[in-house]
Write a new protein. Structure first.
Length: 285
C-alpha cells in the first residue's frame, strides 16, 4: 500500500521488542487462518498468560513495560493480531470475519502453544476480543483482565471518533502522530513506540472484526473473575460510565482507575501501577 514500508516497520517493531526480557522467544503458531506471531517470555512450566494488543498500530511488542514482571510467575504469550499490524501472516482471505472466527483463531493459537487454559487479557480492541473469547470459551480462561476496553461497556465519545476519522480514512505517519498526541494530552511518549505506530500507517490490514457490545445477559452469566483497569484521562470513552456499567453487569469484577494516563498511552504508560494491579489479580486464589 502506498506510503507503507515493510522494512521501516520491521526495524521499528524490532526496536520496541528489544525492550522485552533478553531471553524472550519469537514463536510462530500455525492456525487455519494463517501463521500467528507470538512473543513469549517467562518459565515454560508456569501458568500461561495470553496478551492481546489494541487495534491500529498496536502490536504484541507494546507489552514491553509489563512482560518482564509478569513473566516472573507466568509464561507470557503476547500475540500479534491476525490481519492487523504485526508479524502474523494471514492465509490469503481466510482471516477471521466474525466473533466466532476470532474465537476459533484463539483456540488454534492456544492449541498450537500446547495450552489448555490461560489467564487472558487485552488492551482496547484486544480487550474486546478477550472478553468475547471468555464469553465463548470460558473453560479456557482462568482469569480475565481488561485494560481500558473499548466497546465492551460503553461506546466511543463523538469527539474521539471525529478526531480519529482522518487517520482512519487516510492513515499517514503525520496523522497518526497528531491523533496520538491529542488523545494523550501531549504527554511525552516513548519515541520508539511512537515510531512503530507511525510505521504501521498504511499497513495492509484485513478488515477487523467488529460488532456491538456484548449482551447484558451474557455478561451477567460470565463466571470468570475479571479485572477492569480504566485510564482516568481517556478521551476514548467516559471512564466513570465504563466502570459503573461493568459493576452492574459482571458478577465477579474488580475495578480500578489508573490516574494520569490516557487510553493510547497504555499499556506502556503507568507501568508500576499497572503491574501491581495485574500481579495482585493474577496471584489471587
Amino acid at each position: 500500500m502506498a506510503g507503507y514500508d515493510s522494512d521501516v516497520f520491521r526495524v521499528a517493531y524490532d526496536k520496541v521488542l528489544a525492550n522485552w526480557p533478553a531471553d524472550h522467544e519469537a514463536l510462530t503458531v500455525a492456525t487455519p487462518f494463517g501463521r500467528t506471531r507470538v512473543n513469549a517470555c517467562g518459565p515454560r512450566d508456569a501458568p500461561a498468560l495470553l496478551l492481546l494488543p489494541g487495534g491500529g498500530g498496536a502490536t504484541s511488542a507494546s507489552w514491553y513495560a509489563q512482560a518482564g514482571e509478569l513473566g516472573r510467575a507466568r509464561r507470557v504469550y503476547a500475540v500479534d493480531l491476525i490481519g492487523a499490524p504485526g508479524l502474523s501472516d494471514p492465509a490469503g482471505d481466510r482471516h477471521p470475519r466474525t466473533v466466532a472466527g476470532l474465537a476459533d483463531w484463539l483456540d488454534a493459537v492456544l492449541d498450537g502453544l500446547g495450552v489448555t487454559e490461560a489467564d487472558v487479557g487485552g488492551h482496547s480492541y484486544g480487550a474486546w476480543i478477550a472478553l468475547q473469547y471468555a464469553l465463548r470459551a470460558p473453560g479456557r480462561v482462568r482469569r480475565l483482565f481488561l485494560l481500558d476496553p473499548t466497546q465492551c461497556f460503553a461506546g466511543f465519545k463523538a469527539a474521539y471518533l471525529l478526531r480519529a476519522l482522518p487517520m482512519l480514512v487516510r492513515p499517514t505517519p503525520r496523522r497518526v502522530r497528531a491523533f496520538l498526541e491529542w488523545e494523550t494530552g501531549g504527554v511525552p511518549l516513548d519515541p520508539d513506540w511512537l515510531r512503530l505506530q507511525e510505521a504501521a500507517a498504511g499497513f495492509p490490514s484485513r478488515r477487523p472484526v467488529t460488532g456491538p457490545r456484548p449482551a447484558a445477559d451474557a455478561l451477567r452469566g460470565l463466571r470468570v473473575p475479571v479485572l477492569l483497569l480504566v485510564a482516568a484521562s481517556s478521551r476514548t470513552h467516559d471512564p466513570t460510565e465504563v466502570t459503573a456499567r461493568a459493576a452492574g453487569l459482571l458478577p465477579d469484577v474488580e475495578s480500578a482507575v489508573l490516574p494520569d494516563v490516557s487510553h493510547h498511552a497504555l499499556p506502556q504508560g503507568a507501568p508500576a501501577a499497572l503491574v501491581r494491579h495485574l500481579t495482585d489479580f493474577l496471584s489471587a486464589s
